[in-house]
Write a protein that binds this ligand. Structure first.
Ligand code: DX5
Ligand code: ZN
Length: 519
């Protein structure tokens, strides 16, 4: 399988195709913005040509990340603010998805560069990576504890717009005197024109300084100090263990990059360790790696939990083997007391026999009043999960604490009519939330249609609280038709019963394979 990474700049577009498993770059192509009329059509054509030239089946491309020199919405779907790049339209992600038929997400290019270096370049193994892209402007991407850091309002890293000169040069951000207008490629072009003449550029400013032009040399030294002190503030604020430089201007090592690095080392605050400060390893390819492997394009793993009440009780041993062989990861054991639900099942002796007959973890679903008494009697193992219904106990926090004290994973189950906000206080203590998509107690029921939206809102609730380590399980009519919609809405674990894996006329393995293929 392959993933595409694209880096859209002011003048050029870089497109890369990567092997999904190895992250190997198998094809890369540079094209130029000025020739482009329709961006999504252009990119589509470029990818098709690259596939043909490299013997890649386009159908094996599973995602596409796009780096943009601007501010992007949290969900990676919309451009919030971008300097004037005419070919970029707000709905570029949607258009590209229609053309490519794969998930497309946008990411700010300097964050993509930082993520690419963190995954595959100079930031490998580091915990806090700051990557400074010295191009036409200055962008900074930050990776902290394995996550891209965007800041609460999504604008983290905008060092280029630090005010450094009162009533200074006008900037594309709408303000004046920004750091990048004096220290990035675009800014040094202006300095060259002011010192050497109208048609001069930053490259000639460096040439002049190298050949002894004192004014050019002083101008560059001033830029080194301004950029250096801006970056000292970043190092002192973020305390990264790795500070990397990428972008065209970082090629000016002798007169620019190295003096900036020396300035930072001399002036930044450090205790016993200094950050590693060097050129990025991947150069202009780092945003391609970062966009191709951006976390939000990594597919969420889909997990199946076999509803044992639906298995053939008289041939349970064979069923358990088939369940494991089919790649199903949990045994969903319903415990019912004929009070909380109008059904009665899974006596403890039966559950203990199951325990002896399978090494799969148990996913206990307690549909009983006073669940605490049931929890005490269960024979538990480390990877088990126990779901307790919110509606079944007034002491929910106590029940969850009891489960955690036993060293197993804890979940709260909620019935179709129970709102998500009941989870507010207990959520941070949970490993999973079980959303009942039918009224509990019986197999073979039809889904409560509002369940899809409820799953979507549950996913959003986890994302807003940065609690995406908590899994969402769905139980009830997890059919071949419903599971893909539940997955897309944000569910992770599916309780599979008579609607899919235990459907009559097929094997458990066929049912599971069919579901995995749909996800
Ligand atoms: C419902 C039960 C499940 C499940 C069975 O309380 O926990 O076992 O609904 O699967 P289906 O709904 O597919 O028969
Ligand atoms: Zn259940």
């Amino acid at each position: 399988m392959y993933k595409v990474g694209i880096d859209i700049g002011g003048t050029k577009i870089n497109t890369g195709i990567f092997e999904k498993e190895t992250k190997k770059l198998v094809a890369v192509k540079k094209t130029y913005v000025k020739e482009i009329k329709n961006l999504s059509q252009h990119i589509n054509d470029v990818i098709k040509k690259m596939c043909a030239q490299n013997d890649i089946d386009p159908k094996e491309i599973i995602s596409c990340g796009i780096g943009i020199p601007g501010t992007i919405s949290d969900d990676g779907r919309r451009i919030l603010k971008v300097p004037n790049i005419d070919i970029l339209s707000d709905d570029i992600a949607k258009k590209m998805e229609n053309d490519l038929k794969v998930p497309v997400r946008l990411v700010q290019d300097s964050r993509a560069a930082a993520w690419g270096e963190y995954l595959c370049g100079g930031g490998r193994g580091a915990n806090g990576v700051v990557c400074v892209t010295l191009g036409t402007g200055i962008g900074i991407g930050v990776v902290v504890d394995g996550k891209i850091y965007s800041g609460a309002l999504g604008c983290a890293g905008e060092l280029g717009h630090l005010p450094v000169k009162e009533n200074g040069r006008a900037c594309g951000c709408g303000k004046t005197g920004c750091l990048e207008k004096y220290c990035a490629g675009g800014g040094l072009d202006i300095t060259a024109r002011e010192l050497l003449g109208d048609d001069k550029t930053a490259a000639e400013l460096f040439e002049e300084a190298k050949s002894g032009n004192a004014e050019a040399k002083t101008a560059i030294e001033d830029a080194v100090k301004t950029l250096g002190s801006g970056l000292v503030s970043i190092v002192n604020l973020m305390s990264p263990d790795c500070l990397l430089f990428s972008g065209g201007l970082s090629e000016q090592e002798e007169m620019y990059l190295n003096p900036v690095i020396d300035y930072i080392k001399e002036h930044c605050y450090s205790a016993d360790k200094m950050p590693i400060i060097k050129k990025a390893e991947l150069g202009e390819l780092s945003p391609l790696y970062g966009t191709a492997f951006i976390p939000m394009l990594e597919k969420r793993k889909a997990i199946l939990s076999a509803s044992i009440m639906c298995a053939d009780i008289l041939n349970m041993k064979a069923a358990l083997e088939e369940i494991k062989d089919a790649g199903i990861e949990y045994l969903h054991c319903d415990i019912m007391d004929n009070h909380f639900v109008p059904n009665l099942m899974m006596p403890m002796e039966f559950l203990n026999k199951l325990r002896d007959a399978s090494d799969l973890p148990f996913d206990f679903h307690i549909m009983a009043e006073n669940p605490e008494t049931v929890i005490e009697r269960l024979d538990l193992k480390k990877n088990d999960i126990i779901s307790v219904h919110y509606e079944s106990t007034v002491h929910l926090q106590k029940a969850i604490t009891l489960i955690k004290e036993k060293g197993t994973k804890a979940a709260v189950a909620i019935n179709p009519a129970t709102p998500l906000n009941v989870l507010e206080e207990i959520l941070p203590q949970l490993d999973m939330v079980l959303i009942m998509s039918v009224n509990p107690g019986f197999a073979g029921q039809k889904i409560v249609e509002s369940s899809f939206d409820k799953i979507r809102r549950m996913r959003k609730m986890l994302e807003e609280r940065d609690l995406c380590n908590i899994l969402i399980q769905v139980d009830g009519n997890c059919s071949f038709e419903n599971v893909p919609k539940m997955y897309d809405a944000g569910a992770d674990i599916f309780v599979v019963g008579t609607s899919s894996v235990f459907k009559k006329g097929q094997t458990i393995k066929d049912g599971a394979e069919k579901l995995f293929k749909l996800l």
